[in-house]
Design a protein around this ligand. Structure first.
Ligand code: COA
Length: 258
């Protein structure tokens, strides 16, 4: 169905694999268009409960936007490219279903930005993160200047942005960019084991957690108000009634997703 992505739906987990290993999974126009379509599938297909985004092969998650598409662009075209990329990545960030990046190697430039747009990140021990755009006379365009500051703090982000130097998986772990570092052979199993925990919860509650946490970073929203709204919305669900009842009856809840 896709030319440059592999997708697989198993146990409610939709795995999107960027599949251009000979180009280290660089994000060209086709990949970006297909990623946008795959995200639409995630929003629309109710059998998809959660998402993993990863890269094909053992060398790269995504080594950036496809540099071969940069030459000859003028300023307006550059802006258009950045805006389109930001729109797609914002749809990932705002997705009401959990989206985890399983970072299996280089996550550079647009690859680091894609990983940062996911709700959290798990890395293999060979992963490398960085925003090397300055080496090309550029800056990140898919949200990197903003999300890197949000995730690791301004001082550390400024250094990575201005030096273009990559950091290894352990440095990414120490700076809070990733939640776990595991051997590459265990990366997908570890990611799936965390998603299994999340999938056992009430989906509306998960969606409201994502929405309220994201609201902190949206200058048009008040996060505490978003939390109040989400908290109230949960009371409308059968799952919330079931969750509270099950606790009081000392049994495991059975959530139905509404
Ligand atoms: N855009 C387009 N092609 C890319 C790419 C990118 N961002 N990153 C890697 N590739 C291609 C290479 O051109 C090469 O293609 P070729 O075999 O047809 O020559 C192939 O992927 C393998 O990459 P190569 O550079 O040979 O691998 P390496 O192990 O020597 O180096 C990297 C790995 C990641 C250090 C190096 O590929 C690199 O620096 N990539 C660009 C990173 C970057 O600047 N990203 C931000 C872009 S805004």
């Amino acid at each position: 169905m896709y030319q440059s992505l592999l997708t697989n739906l198993e146990n409610g987990v939709f795995t999107i694999t960027i599949n251009r290993p000979d180009k280290l999974n660089a994000l060209n126009k086709t990949v970006m268009d297909e990623l946008n379509d795959a995200v639409t599938e995630v929003y629309e297909n109710s059998t998809i409960r959660s998402v993993i985004i990863t890269g094909a092969g053992q060398k790269a998650f995504v080594a950036g936007a496809d540099i071969s598409e940069f030459l000859g662009l003028n300023a307006a075209e550059g802006m258009q490219m950045a805006r389109k990329g930001q729109d797609i990545f914002a749809r990932i960030e705002r997705c009401p279903k959990p989206v985890i990046a399983a970072v299996n190697g280089f996550a550079l430039g647009g690859g680091c930005e894609l990983a940062m747009a996911c709700h959290f990140r798990i890395a293999s021990d060979n992963a490398r993160f960085g925003q090397p755009e300055v080496n090309l006379g550029l800056i990140p365009g898919y949200g990197g200047t903003q999300r890197l500051v949000q995730l690791i703090g301004k001082g550390r982000a400024m250094e990575l942005l201005m030096t273009g130097n990559p950091i290894d998986a352990n440095a990414a772990l120490q700076s809070g960019l990733v939640n776990y570092v595991v051997p590459i052979g265990e990366l997908l199993d570890k990611t799936k084991s965390i998603l299994a925990i999340i999938q056992a919860k009430a989906p509306v509650a998960i969606a409201k957690c994502i929405e309220a946490a994201n609201a902190l970073y949206d200058k048009d929203k008040n996060g505490f108000e978003a939390e109040i709204d989400g908290f109230g919305e949960c009371f409308k669900t059968e799952d919330m009634q079931e969750g509270a009842k099950a606790f009081l009856e000392k049994r495991k809840p059975t959530f139905v997703g509404r």
